[in-house]
Design a protein around this ligand. Structure first.
Ligand SMILES: [Mn+2]
Length: 200
């Protein structure tokens, strides 16, 4: 799947774990005049309770996409009290301030490709599960012609290292290349979201 927004192009590869027809990873993204938001959640464990948790988190984000990353994460966390936990990656871009901010709690990876350099951030340890714990939000200047790749832990490091970002504007090419190099049978639900910010 690939979508052309005005400033951010998005392409998504998703495949459920071998033997499952339903994927426990949930995602959401939206571009407005003011900015862009993308989130990926993975419910702990598997099956319907895992899926319920990741959907709760994504639902909170859909309804609160205007507030800051830090507040969104706190709200999502509160909603998981008494539920199966979830891990979350969230990225926001502010087009007028030309800034980005993101946070990742647990095993959601975020890779930035800025001026040809790959930068992978270390996620905050743990998961969202209703109890408060500190987490870091990373922010910086939004560089034109940069890529952001967000992925669940079904994506293997050895697969990721084979991905080239030479043709970075072609986000569909990135997810197609991933499909080609990744193994057919997945041992975990797998989601890879390739984004390109192209405004100059
Ligand atoms: Mn997973």
């Amino acid at each position: 799947m690939s979508f052309a927004n005005s400033k951010v192009e998005v392409s998504i590869f998703q495949k459920p774990k071998k033997g499952n027809y339903c994927c426990g990873d949930s995602y959401f993204y939206k571009e407005t005049e003011k900015g862009f938001i993308c989130a990926l959640a993975d419910g702990l464990g598997s099956g319907e309770y895992a899926n319920e948790s990741s959907e709760i988190v994504i639902d909170i984000i859909k309804r609160n996409s205007d507030i800051e990353v830090e507040q969104i994460v706190s709200k999502a966390n509160e909603q998981l009290l008494g539920k199966r936990g979830a891990v979350l990656g969230i990225l926001k871009m502010d087009f007028s301030k030309k800034t980005y901010s993101f946070s990742s709690i647990g095993n959601i990876g975020i890779l930035q490709v800025i001026q040809g350099k790959k930068k992978r951030s270390i996620p905050n340890a743990g998961y969202l599960g209703g109890f408060k714990r500190p987490f870091k939000v990373i922010s910086g200047k939004l560089e034109p012609n940069s890529n952001y790749i967000m992925f669940s832990d079904g994506v293997l490091d050895k697969e990721l290292s084979k991905l080239s970002f030479e043709n970075k504007k072609d986000v569909e090419g990135i997810t197609k290349a991933y499909k080609f190099i990744s193994e057919e049978a997945r041992s975990d639900d797998t989601t890879l979201i390739a984004m390109h910010y192209g405004d100059v």
